[in-house]
Design a protein around this ligand. Structure first.
Ligand code: MG
Length: 226
């Protein structure tokens, strides 16, 4: 049975140095003349459509229509290309590249994404450091607003891709990753590389926890053990 590894993006593989928030600010400035809509929003672990809905509710006092949601996300991705390209604090998190390189050598793994980013946004963010090519499939914020549904889409694609049954593991950095994974019946490796500490991730119920992925051997052992 293949092991499908489903990686979150922001805070797990990379930090964009605020590029995502700036792109949303610019999209809402362009479309609605609003200033700094992201100032009061905590995006950690939320899906792109959830964040857009929250902006609409806070700044415009209503939900977006389906067309408004699509348009806001399109303009977000448009501005994201520039923001990611020029983000000074953009970085790949420790061990990520080395771990992905090692995983590619083993047939038992298939590497995918499970992210709240819309697919085009995920591609923009992961293309800058050359990481997009590592992932053969994924579940995205463009599949659903709900993180649990995104994980289910990802695991279904993994099954189709491997033509067989698969075991899935979520790798993420927030309690939201943990809750969604457990709702979808999947175990989680949580990494404390962004906003949340090892203790907070433990409290959320993560099955495995690492401070980051810099110890490749240790991370590899976890990925083989679930
Ligand atoms: Mg994250």
């Amino acid at each position: 049975m293949k092991r499908a590894l489903l990686f979150d993006i922001d805070g797990t593989l990379i930090l964009t140095g605020g590029a995502g928030a700036r792109a949303l600010d610019r999209a809402f400035k362009y479309l609605y003349g609003l200033d700094y809509v992201m100032e009061k929003i905590h995006p950690h672990g939320k899906t792109d459509p959830e964040i857009v809905r929250e902006i609409f509710n806070r700044s415009l006092g209503r939900d977006p229509s389906h067309a408004e949601m699509e348009r806001a996300l399109d303009f977000y991705v448009y501005f994201l290309k520039f923001e990611v390209q020029y983000a000074l604090k953009f970085r790949v998190l420790p061990g990520v590249k080395e771990l992905l390189d090692r995983l590619q050598k083993y047939d038992e793994f298939i590497e995918g994404l499970a992210t709240g980013n819309v697919r085009n946004g995920a591609r923009v963010k992961l293309s800058r450091p050359g990481l997009w090519q590592y992932f053969k499939f994924g579940g995205f914020g463009s599949d659903s607003e709900n993180r649990k549904e995104i994980l289910i889409s990802a695991i279904e694609r993994a099954r189709r891709l491997s033509g067989n049954s698969v075991k899935g593991l979520i790798i993420g950095d927030t309690p939201r990753d943990v809750y969604a994974a457990h709702q979808a019946g999947l175990p989680v490796l949580a990494v404390a590389t962004s906003t949340y500490t090892v203790d907070e991730l433990k409290k959320a119920g993560a099955d495995f926890i690492l401070p980051d992925l810099s110890n490749i051997d240790e991370a590899f052992e976890v990925l083989r053990s679930f």
